[in-house]
Design a protein around this ligand. Structure first.
Ligand code: NZQ
Ligand code: ZN
Length: 392
């Protein structure tokens, strides 16, 4: 296990009716005037926004509201939110909704205390040095943003989707009521399941030895999602299934499952390019990329991938041919995602083979020109994975 540091300060309030705590929590974490930031209207239709407003009223917290966050949140609305916060002297941002509304809120919180263009921070030009305190009310188990140190925004001028990682992105509090997820359409439920699993897979496939604690935690959270994801689809108002998936989503991406190990994140980098170009739903980009990434990175990693097959999917270990066990595990993952209605190929996602050179060119690589760690992928590798995604 490698040395590690983790700062995980989010105060979680989980369960039925917990949205009524929003006002009290804004006050507890230092807010005097809030921005309530939300998406395209699901929280208006469900009545959640009205409940949050009522809670802030009861706590004596004045607020302004800004809705309209689109999936794959855009920088345009972030600029608008920053201006609003500065003008109205907002000192606390409350994101209400899915990962897009919450991430947009995180970017607003950062931009509201920065004199320049917030994209300087999101593009890595200047260090992320401060943010307004922020909290969230989550309605879509998927991104883990409710406890994560990251936030992803698309610059619509540059067609670039970029994330920041900083402890300033960690919410002061997160309210999670599984009942608020009953209204999720099957597609977003399934994409959420894929994203949760992807966050674990990005950590599970590591070359760091002796990380058994987090390995076993990864496997158990994956198994929980594999068990309850289909139940959420079959019975959208099954509280226990929704609750299991919701908390699994938080555990998958609040940092705990990656401690002491090198994480990968190549699949997310490739997936972000698909969302930037086609506005694809994040989880669906991952169900396309990950099985192909696994097949591509399999040579040299047979035992690790076979371990995934055996421990997560219950495959029988073939000690003479571990690659066969590994491939069986990859197939089981693909079949599972397919059964949830998720795409596995470019064609099913609506991505185009002729765009592969552009997707490859834009894919964000580190200073050494590669992306990922389990296998360091240079641009030709990235291109090869995109090409593999075009095959049935
Ligand atoms: O916009 P509204 O009307 O609210 O509708 C949303 C949206 O259309 C709808 N929805 C959300 N909760 C609902 C609901 N509909 C009915 N009932 C509910 N309870 O679902 C649609 C998708 O919402 P969105 O917020 O876009 O989805 P998600 O939570 O998957 O967030 C995706 C974004 O988060 C980023 C992704 O890249 C993408 O931009 N990620 C953020 C991460 C982080 N901050 O840590 C990590 C992830 O890897 C990811 O990159
Ligand atoms: Zn993700």
């Amino acid at each position: 296990m490698q040395n590690f540091e983790i700062y995980n300060p989010t105060y979680f309030v989980f369960g039925r009716g917990t949205q009524s705590r929003a006002g009290e929590l804004v006050r507890r974490f230092g807010g005097h005037k809030a921005l309530i930031h939300y998406g395209g209207g699901s929280v208006v239709r469900s009545g959640l926004l009205a409940e949050i407003e009522k809670s802030l009223d009861a706590a004596g917290i004045p607020y302004v509201t800004l809705g309209g966050v689109k999936p794959n949140p855009r920088s345009g609305l972030v600029y608008e939110g920053i201006e609003l916060c500065k003008r109205e002297k907002v000192d606390f941002v409350l994101g209400v909704g899915g990962g897009s509304a919450i991430d947009s809120g995180k970017a607003i919180a950062a931009g509201a205390v920065y004199d320049g263009d917030f994209w300087d921070i999101w593009s890595g030009k200047v260090p992320y040095a401060n943010a307004l305190p922020h909290g969230c009310v989550l309605t879509l188990p998927a991104t883990g943003t409710e406890g994560s140190n990251s936030a992803v925004v698309t610059n619509e001028q540059l067609l670039l989707k970029r994330g920041t990682r900083s402890d300033f992105n960690r919410p002061c509090f997160a309210i999670l009521n599984p009942e608020t997820t009953f209204t999720l359409p099957a597609w977003h439920t399934a994409c959420g399941v894929a994203d949760i699993m992807a966050h674990i897979i990005e950590r599970y496939f590591t070359n760091t030895p002796d990380v058994d604690v987090s390995d076993r935690l990864c496997e158990s959270v994956l198994q929980t999602v594999i068990k309850y994801g289909p139940v959420c689809l079959a019975e959208p108002d099954n509280y226990e299934a929704r609750a299991a998936v919701m908390w699994a989503g938080t555990l998958a991406h609040n940092g705990q499952l990656g401690v002491g190990r090198q994480e990968d994140w190549a699949s997310h980098a490739l997936g972000h390019e698909l969302s930037a170009l086609y506005d694809s739903t994040h989880g669906a980009t991952l169900s396309v990329i990950i099985p192909h990434w696994m097949r591509y990175t399999l040579p040299g990693h047979e035992m690790r991938m076979a371990e995934f097959a055996v421990r997560v999917w219950g495959c029988q270990m073939d000690f003479e041919h571990p690659e066969r066990t590994a491939l069986e595990g990859i197939d089981r993952l693909s079949v599972f995602w397919k059964s949830l209605g998720l795409p596995l190929t470019f064609a099913e996602l609506g991505a185009k083979e002729e765009d592969i050179p552009e997707l490859t060119r834009k894919c964000k690589c580190g200073a050494d020109g590669t992306v990922g760690n389990f296998k360091k992928l240079a641009k030709p590798d990235v291109e090869a994975i995109f090409r593999a995604c075009c095959e049935e």
